[in-house]
Write a protein that binds this ligand. Structure first.
Ligand code: KG4
Length: 339
């Protein structure tokens, strides 16, 4: 066949390009931006500037590592949204320019859909893939959603956060503890050494399958202020227990709604995706639920949890097979849910 798709991802602070041939990954190059660490969060203006610097070398490297020539490409898939507008514009404009110059079609990809379809990336490692329908918990810095995945292009969001995302809550709590950015990996590492039952924080009471994390964030902040007022070294002395207790609270919140959805809909194939799916406590909880409730679980490889172009390329590949191309005038969108 030789259907070769180039995927481009630039929705936030990672510039990434990947090449997929007939559904099999040939290369996946990611340039992460360390410039944001000093600010404790992604600075949109700096992110778009760094994408400008990275996009040509990253795409060239992906094509080189794939062992192909750019003239071999069948289509260019790109993340159209949601994400930071300035960041998206770099990848979207580059993808269109490249496709125009090669006379090949462009394929627009929804970033959230791509996170879910990361489970279908085929590389040199043997991995089971889910069959439709399955449930996917999508948890990242910008989203916390429960999705019923009915087909590659048919996904229904049945629950989502009404305020902060899980990753955002972890990052903000890490920031108030004076830890680095992004907080997720730091909290994860600390939590492994801590007692998760030591502190209790507020859990939300939201109907249905929706989530809320802003109350937890406030409860964490106010508790910390009180404890630090009594003992200025409180955080330093207790950071592992704080991290473990915070992580457990977030994992419990995520899993209880997911369990409710799986029971109500009688779906036993359950996947997790997005940056927070790298979390050890969440991965362990998936394994526990699999043992307890007979779930068939799908946990992505670490390199496909955070933003990457392999997931964009595989989503693009499935759209390519259906002839689902986009108009060259299609603009980027900063906010939307899965279509
Ligand atoms: O999907 P992602 O790379 O970016 C988007 O938000 O689109 O997710 C980033 C989020 C951040 O909030 C980061 O702190 C979190 O994923 N994260 C983790 C871990 N690794 C990354 N959260 C908990 N534990 C981790 N090991």
């Amino acid at each position: 066949m030789n259907d070769i798709i180039l995927g481009i991802e630039s929705s936030c602070d990672d510039t990434s390009a990947a090449v997929i041939r007939d559904g099999v990954l040939l290369s996946n190059v990611v340039a992460s931006q360390s410039v944001h660490e000093a600010y404790g969060g992604v600075v949109p203006e700096l992110a778009s500037r760094a994408h400008q610097q990275n996009i040509v070398p990253v795409v060239s490297e992906a094509i080189k590592r794939a062992g192909i020539d750019r003239h071999d490409l069948s289509a260019v898939a790109f993340t159209r949204g949601p994400g930071l507008m300035g960041s998206l514009l770099v990848g979207v404009s580059f993808a269109k320019g490249l496709a125009l110059s090669l006379g090949i079609p462009t394929i627009d990809v929804n970033h959230l859909q791509a996170h879910v379809l990361a489970h279908f990336i085929k590389d040199d490692e043997e991995r089971r893939q889910p069959t439709f329908p399955f449930l996917c918990l999508l948890v990242s810095g910008g989203n916390s959603q429960i999705i019923v995945v009915k087909d590659f292009d048919d996904m229904e969001v049945i629950g989502q956060t009404i305020d902060d995302a899980a990753g955002e809550a972890i990052d903000k709590c890490s920031k108030v503890m004076g830890l680095g950015y992004p907080g997720g990996p730091i909290i994860d590492k600390l939590a492994r050494q801590g007692d998760a039952t030591r502190f209790q924080f507020a859990k939300p009471h939201i109907p249905g399958y929706d989530y809320s994390f802003s109350g937890l964030k406030t409860s964490f902040l106010y508790s910390l202020r009180k404890w630090v007022a009594d003992d200025p070294d409180f955080i330093e002395k207790n950071k592992a227990d704080l991290a473990a207790s915070l992580e457990k609270t977030i994992v419990d919140i995520l899993m209880s709604k997911l369990l409710k959805a799986a029971k109500d809909l009688k779906i036993r194939q359950v996947a997790v995706a997005g940056g927070v799916s790298a979390n050890t406590g969440l991965r362990d909880a998936f394994r526990d639920y699999s043992d307890k409730y007979g779930w068939e679980i799908y946990i992505p490889k670490f390199s496909y949890t955070t933003d990457n172009a392999a997931m964009v390329a595989i989503t693009g590949y499935h759209k390519y097979l259906k002839g689902d191309f986009c108009d060259i005038a299609a603009p980027a969108y900063s906010r939307t849910t899965i279509k």
